[in-house]
Design a protein around this ligand. Structure first.
Ligand code: SAH
Length: 226
């Protein structure tokens, strides 16, 4: 019985049903997401498990939702768009994620690349995200509690880096930890104002930068928080 309840919870009912999820996928397509793998992974990943039960009925709306501690689970379009940008030049084996939050973007990435290294500064969010990934049997993720502005030097370099909080400037440590040919997707700009999503690629000599358009993210803050 318990097992059946669990299955039902994972599969979702009513506002979290497969039909509701399909509508989200349709919307992402209309908004220009075209990577079939990304769309398929989003279709299969139960976003309602990454928010509070009280918000589960809104989990398949294309919107950011609160996850506590003044943070939000990213909007599905942004998760899809950033994942697609990372994968644009081909498959990736090592991806560093800054800002685990609910773990939703982490779970999507874990199904698209070989290994994910995810850094979060708020311990309780990280612990909960870890549990969710275990529950979904996604085992190719390693978590670190700390300040993502420093990246994760010990395991560098990375073929991909994704930052899900906005920085006034791209942290130097993240540029340093990008492998040759590596790609970083990061929102840049002042907190609370118009920010730009950027794609930075490590070329043979220096970095190329592409500005992709206005976005709105919560700020990248300093230091770990218990
Ligand atoms: N992708 C996440 C988004 C979470 S919001 C999701 O879909 O749930 C951004 C996250 O970045 C928050 O959890 C916040 O605590 C975290 N964050 C902010 N500054 C950070 C830093 N310097 N290092 C690591 N994580 C940071």
């Amino acid at each position: 019985m318990r097992e059946q309840d669990d299955l039902q919870r994972r599969g979702g009912i009513g506002m979290t049903s497969q039909r509701t999820r399909e509508r989200l996928i349709q919307r992402l397509c209309e908004e220009g997401v075209s990577n079939a793998k990304v769309l398929d992974v989003i279709r299969r990943t139960p976003r309602h498990l990454f928010v509070d039960e009280a918000l589960a009925h809104r989990a398949y709306e294309d919107t950011a939702l609160p996850i506590g501690h003044n943070q939000t689970i990213s909007q599905p379009f942004m998760v899809a768009h950033m994942s697609e940008l990372l994968l644009e030049a081909g498959p990736l084996d090592k991806v560093l994620e800054i800002g685990t939050g609910s773990g939703y973007q982490t779970a999507i990435l874990a199904q698209l690349v070989e290994r994910v290294f995810s850094v979060e500064r708020i311990k309780v969010l990280q612990d909960r995200a870890k549990e969710r990934l275990v529950e979904l049997n996604l085992r190719n993720v390693v978590f670190r509690w700390g300040d993502g502005c420093d990246g994760w030097q010990a395991l560098a370099p990375y073929n991909g880096i994704i930052v899900t909080a906005v920085a006034a400037e791209v942290p130097q440590a993240l540029l340093d930890q990008l492998a040759p040919g590596g790609r970083m997707v990061i929102p840049v700009g002042p907190a609370g104002e118009v920010q730009q999503l950027m794609l930075i690629v490590r070329e043979e000599h220096g970095f190329s930068r592409r500005v992709l358009g206005a976005v709105r993210f919560v700020p990248l803050l300093n230091g770990p928080l218990a």
